[in-house]
Ligand binder design. Structure first.
Ligand code: PGA
Length: 252
């Protein structure tokens, strides 16, 4: 059975002290909760991963990186490899976030390489994608999402999907306060699952967790998560406050 996941993408926020504090708070709050079938993940900045991993030991909290480079190692100043993440105890990486695509020029082709490198190192991938406002206005959201998934993931063997979580994040809803309606999210998630099923069969499609991201908050999480094909959320702004994040985890 697929898992529910609430993942906090901290982006470029929180220095060492703030990371330490927030990890402690989240750790404490999930300790008193029956998480049932829900995984809780946080993605702090690279420099704070080692500490976050240490502070999450012996708890249900899992730590992810926000990005990685596709090469094994070498002359790529400022970059971080899959092996480096593994070596500090990180087993999950977020790839393809819309901010990486928009500000750092990440393309589907590049993301396919990153996904390959991550899987080769047994990292689980939270793969993000989603349409822009103009696409939705033109009614092209499904075409865009389908091509993002196909171009970056459909070269993979079916078994690879055991290590892949999908995160549908409509760009127009990220950090804008505007959320896709629960129905819009459900429609798209059902479409994504069908796209997967057409290529890999129902078994794979039904076992992949599909998260929604884009202005999820304590006030709307429950309604969005109640949709049958929404298996949780990738949370930005609201993941930076322990109480809000905890309430979202509790929405399940
Ligand atoms: P937001 O960000 O929750 O602040 O909209 C979501 C994301 O970028 O993953």
């Amino acid at each position: 059975m697929r898992k529910n996941i609430v993942a906090g993408n901290w982006k470029m926020n929180n220095d060492l002290k703030a990371t330490s504090k927030l990890v402690k708070q989240i750790r404490k709050s999930i300790k008193k909760t029956d998480l049932k079938n829900t995984r809780v993940i946080i993605a702090p900045t690279f420099v704070n991963l080692t500490m976050a991993v240490k502070r999450s030991k012996k708890s249900k909290l899992e730590v992810a990186a926000q990005n990685m480079h596709q090469a094994e190692n070498g002359a790529f100043t400022g970059e971080i490899s899959a092996n480096m993440l593994k070596s500090v105890g990180v087993n999950i990486v977020v790839l393809g976030h819309s901010e990486r695509r928009a500000y750092f020029g990440e393309t589907d082709a590049l993301l396919a390489e990153k996904v390959n490198a991550a899987l080769a190192h047994k990292l689980e991938v939270i793969f993000c994608f989603g349409e822009e406002l103009a696409d939705r206005k033109a009614g092209k959201q499904e075409t865009v999402v389908e091509s993002q998934i196909k171009n970056a993931l459909f070269h993979l063997e079916a078994t690879a999907f055991k290590k892949i979580v999908l995160a549908y994040e409509p760009v127009w809803a990220i950090g804008t306060g505007e959320t896709a309606s629960p129905e819009q999210a459900q429609d798209m998630h059902a479409f994504i699952r069908k796209t997967l099923a057409d290529k890999y069969g129902n078994d794979i499609a039904n076992n992949v967790s599909i998260l929604y991201g884009g202005s999820v908050k304590p006030e709307n999480a429950q309604e969005i998560f109640s949709k049958p094909d929404v298996d949780g959320g990738l949370i930005g702004g609201a993941a930076l406050k322990a109480e809000d994040f905890y309430e979202i985890v509790n929405a399940f």
